[in-house]
Design a protein around this ligand. Structure first.
Ligand code: ADP
Ligand code: MG
Length: 615
């Protein structure tokens, strides 16, 4: 038979499209391999379908696989599949027509369940042309699976024309030889090829062999049914995906059909590496479209404060050529993010109910991210507030409660939710702020984390009850029975308070009597919206500025120290002033606000000396 070569022109639009694809559609050259492998996979999937439906096919016994050979000497890369191949008409239609996806029209002819059961990737009809980003010439050998089909060779330089000629004795399938451009010779390196395949095409269901070795060994378990996956398989997948050596703490595997088709498999690690000083974590979720990687460590698919989450999100609605830049403000991506974030927060909430101990382990490691979410992202405020956990004056050390539990067990006459910050439980429990609450048996949440006050100020209220820091000035506590003990005489009290204010000068804005103290002589209080801890933080951030904010000093008129200072004052004893200053410093000390102890230490020595001379 004479070898007849036909030369054909691409459709005009194809010429333009080629130009767009080659020069600007894909920001990343290496994805040509992803596109060609995806096409090979589609072609194999169609053979699988033909076998399932008992069609007559050519070479029925050759294995369904993709073979890749790199030839450094010739500067070529060859991708071979044993898929459906193409007839002459199909070659013209699929590779010569713009945005014509043979795969999409293949699917159209099937009914819905068949479509669901097949793993077809192609849908836009542009991927093939990405070969010309790296190749100056493409030679494609193909033979359709249909009996008696011809063996064909398709060639093009990716510019105006292509040729089709007949040849002899090809096996079923397609072999694509890329004659690489000079500056694309890196794609003949086995290592490069393998790592590109691992990155983008790890989850192709047919074997991909590079120079004889199978490269894709992991299964895309997120598309399978939950009950078909064992715990070991989940753990193995996690280790692969998160580069981890241990098992995950928690996992969430879910799929949604409405409003968007999403498959997601998310993991929470055991450890928060940010706590170990590894710096800020990168996002840990990869974005896929039908098992093909679109973006690794995708920034836009979850909010920043969920950066500790590992796993995959797969949505078939995403276009494959979406770039990092367009991801940012893509409405579809924003929708997916919202669906997944809500689902994930709901999962955490359920987890906290079903397995509080595990949730507590989660909270230990990752609670800080929930707090970050609360102060930076108001969209999920309610969901995040539900997830907060604290120790309290009514829990055992190490046991945590939620705001919900607090509200459920507070007496009906209590109007507010109280919290107090301190470094540790012992420090909090020794502070004067707790005295009034102990007497009244009111529960107070303990917040050990410096950011907690900002978090709870942001939350502001829960279940209609305002959140109030126990070091606040105006706290509306129920009356108690008067404690026994003699007060400083009523007529002397105003004079004493005025004297104290005058003595301490600018350091205090006001001296007032408080019924909130029982065992301590005094404490410093804050106006609404400010807490000791916030002042402390401000001081840490601005160390040059001395802690000069005038404080409200609340005194306990029944306390021996207060009565004692008053006696000395009446006798005009100069030691009254020394004691007054010490009173303020001790109050600041227990509030964690004594920033310059030098004066205090000197004064303490003076007081100690005086005490010792009495013996
Ligand atoms: P898409 O994959 O989105 O359909 P492509 O430009 O990648 O678009 O491919 C266009 C069409 O060419 C495919 O739909 C398919 O019909 C055909 N095709 C491409 N590669 C192969 C192959 N290896 N074997 C069989 N048909 C192929
Ligand atoms: Mg394709």
């Amino acid at each position: 038979m004479a070898n007849h070569i036909e030369t054909k022109e691409f459709q005009t639009e194809v010429k333009q499209m080629l130009d767009i694809v080659i020069n600007s559609l894909y920001t990343n050259k290496e994805i040509f391999l992803r596109e060609l492998i995806s096409n090979a996979s589609d072609a194999l999937e169609k053979v699988r379908y033909a076998k399932l439906t008992n069609q007559d096919i050519l070479d029925p016994s050759i294995p369904l696989e993709i073979t890749i050979q790199a030839n450094e000497k010739e500067n070529t890369l060859t991708i071979t599949d044993t898929g459906v191949g193409m007839t002459k008409e199909e070659l013209v239609e699929n590779l010569g027509t713009i945005a014509h996806s043979g795969s999409k029209s293949f699917l159209k002819h099937l009914d819905e369940t068949e479509q669901k059961n097949l793993d077809i990737i192609g849908q836009f009809g542009v991927g093939f042309y990405s070969a010309f980003m790296v190749a100056e010439k493409v030679t494609l050998y193909t033979r359709s699976y249909k009996p008696n089909s011809a063996s064909l060779i398709w060639k093009s330089g990716g510019t105006g024309t292509y040729t089709i000629e007949e040849t002899q004795d090809l096996k079923r399938g397609t072999k694509i030889v890329l004659h690489l451009k000079k500056d694309a010779s890196e794609y003949t390196k086995e290592y490069t090829i393998k790592s590109i395949i691992k990155r983008y095409s790890s989850f192709i269901q047919f074997p991909i062999l590079v120079n004889g070795e199978k490269v894709n060994t992991i299964e895309a378990i997120w598309t399978k049914n939950k009950n078909e996956i064992s715990d070991e398989e989940y753990n193995e997948f996690y280790k692969y995906q998160a580069n981890a050596f241990d098992e995950p703490l928690l996992k969430l595997h879910f799929s949604a059909d409405a409003p968007l088709a999403i498959n997601a498999l998310l993991f929470i690690p055991k450890e928060n590496l940010e706590r170990w000083g590894f710096g800020k974590l990168d996002p840990g979720v990869n974005l896929y479209c039908r098992k093909i990687l679109i973006q690794q460590e995708a920034e836009s698919i979850l909010p920043k404060w969920l950066r500790f989450v590992k796993g995959v999100v797969d949505s078939e609605e995403l276009p494959l050529n979406i770039s990092r830049e367009t991801m940012q403000d893509n409405a579809l991506v924003a929708k997916i993010r919202k669906v997944i974030t809500k689902r994930f927060l709901k999962f955490l909430h359920e987890q906290s109910k079903n397995d509080p101990e595990k949730y507590s382990a989660f909270w230990q490691q990752f609670g800080i991210f929930i707090k970050e979410g609360l102060v930076t992202d108001f969209e999920y405020k309610d969901e995040l507030t539900q997830l907060l956990r604290f120790e309290s004056s009514k829990t055992e050390p190490g046991k945590l409660i939620s705001l919900q539990e607090y509200v459920e067990r507070m007496p009906s006459k209590q109007k507010q939710i109280y919290y107090i910050n301190g470094m540790r439980r012992e420090i909090v429990e020794a502070s004067p702020y707790l005295e009034a609450f102990k007497v009244r048996e009111i529960e107070v949440l303990y917040t050990y984390d410096p950011v907690d006050d900002y978090v709870l100020t942001t939350v502001n209220e829960f279940g209609g009850k305002k959140l109030v820091s126990a070091d606040q000035e105006n706290i509306d506590l129920p009356e108690t029975e008067e404690e026994a003990g003699e007060e400083l005489p009523a007529e002397e009290l105003p004079v004493f308070k005025a004297w104290l204010k005058q003595t301490l000068g600018e350091k205090v804005s006001e001296v007032k009597t408080s019924k909130r103290l029982t065992t301590s002589p005094a404490m410093v209080l804050n106006p609404e919206g400010m807490t000791n801890n916030m002042l402390k933080m401000m001081h840490i951030m601005n160390p040059d500025q001395k802690n000069n904010t005038p404080r409200i000093l609340a005194i306990n008129p029944k306390h021996e120290i207060i009565k004692g200072i008053n006696e000395l004052r009446k006798q005009s004893d100069p030691f009254a002033e020394v004691a007054a200053w010490q009173l303020l410093d001790t109050a600041l000390l227990s509030a964690g606000l004594l920033t310059d102890p030098s004066a205090t230490v000197q004064r303490m020595n003076k007081i100690l000396e005086k005490a010792l001379t009495r013996y």
